[in-house]
Design a protein around this ligand. Structure first.
Ligand code: NAD
Length: 262
């Protein structure tokens, strides 16, 4: 990440903060954009104290004016080399109980926010002929999930990613989506321990994930190590989306075919 400028949205806490810390520790200059000014400042201070480079930016991803300002800030630094569209909100409401206002808010932040980011930062990347855009979707963008607006927004992010990969790819800009499983961050603090434990039991890896495990995948996608990865969707979910319905059958076949001395 040496000499790279990276914008991380929703970077004040959770996975965004883990990503900002990792990218800064790898030598990048990280613009941390969020709607939580105190938490954003605290994180950038922490990164700077550790010897890294980070800039706090007030960014509501639904605001085109905010995107103009943050993109201009990146341009002053030579232009954004990577954009991590990580900001998101989750409202766990079934489709029949979903208020129009909830639907609009979740879609605006989770999906429209990604589009506005790509539309604002993408042109500079295309002009320079290089760049990496990482959109944080979810397993809720791969399978059905218990929140209509959230799942729809995350499937939308997956589709948007493919379009961007085709549209910006010829200009040297790669766009990929990351699909975290249940990751221990402030977003799921209100999910009770029993539900978390029952989820963990259905995951082949038998546990929930950590923010730094997602950050490592995001850093890979931001870096040149993934130079031929474009339009991909990478699940960081302990195997959850691999087809859990077959887990019992697979366990049984594996048990029967195991040699006694193994
Ligand atoms: P989090 O709630 O800890 O962090 C989300 C961040 O986004 C916060 O700092 C928040 O202030 C910021 N944000 C919210 N609205 C914003 C806006 N309008 N503009 C800018 N910033 C805004 O959540 P997290 O778990 O770290 O989630 C990060 C991303 O990962 C989200 O897109 C989320 O949907 C996705 N995700 C989370 C999980 C999980 O289990 N935690 C699983 C799959 C996907």
């Amino acid at each position: 990440m040496d000499d790279r400028t990276i914008i991380v949205t929703g970077g004040a806490r959770g996975m965004g903060a883990a990503t900002a810390r990792l990218l800064a520790s790898e030598g990048g200059t990280v613009i941390v954009g969020d709607v939580l000014p105190e938490e954003t400042r605290a994180l950038t201070d922490e990164i700077k104290q550790a010897g890294g480079r980070a800039i706090a930016a007030s960014l509501d991803v639904t605001s085109e004016a905010d995107w103009d300002r943050v993109t201009a800030l990146a341009t002053e630094l030579g232009g954004a080399d990577a954009l991590v569209n990580n900001a998101g909100v989750s409202q766990r409401v079934g489709i029949l109980a979903t208020e129009r206002s909830t639907w609009d808010q979740v879609l605006a932040i989770n999906l429209t926010g990604c589009m506005l980011g790509i539309r604002s930062v993408g042109p500079g990347m295309c002009e320079r002929g290089r760049g990496s855009i990482v959109n944080i979707s979810s397993i809720a963008g791969l399978v059905a999930y218990s929140s209509a607006a959230y799942s729809a927004s995350k499937w939308g992010v997956r589709g948007l990613t493919k379009v961007a990969a085709l549209e910006l790819g010829p200009s040297g800009v790669r766009t990929n989506s990351v699909h975290p499983g249940i990751i221990e961050t402030p977003m799921i603090e209100d999910v009770n321990a029993t539900v978390r434990a029952s989820f963990a039991a259905t995951v082949p890896s038998k546990r929930t994930g950590r923010a730094d495990e997602v950050a490592a995948t995001v850093a890979f996608l931001c870096s040149d190590a993934s130079s031929y990865v474009n339009g991909a969707e990478i699940a960081v979910d302990g195997g959850f989306s691999a087809g859990g319905a077959f887990q019992g059958v697979i366990n049984e076949v594996s048990r029967r075919s195991a040699k006694p001395d193994m």
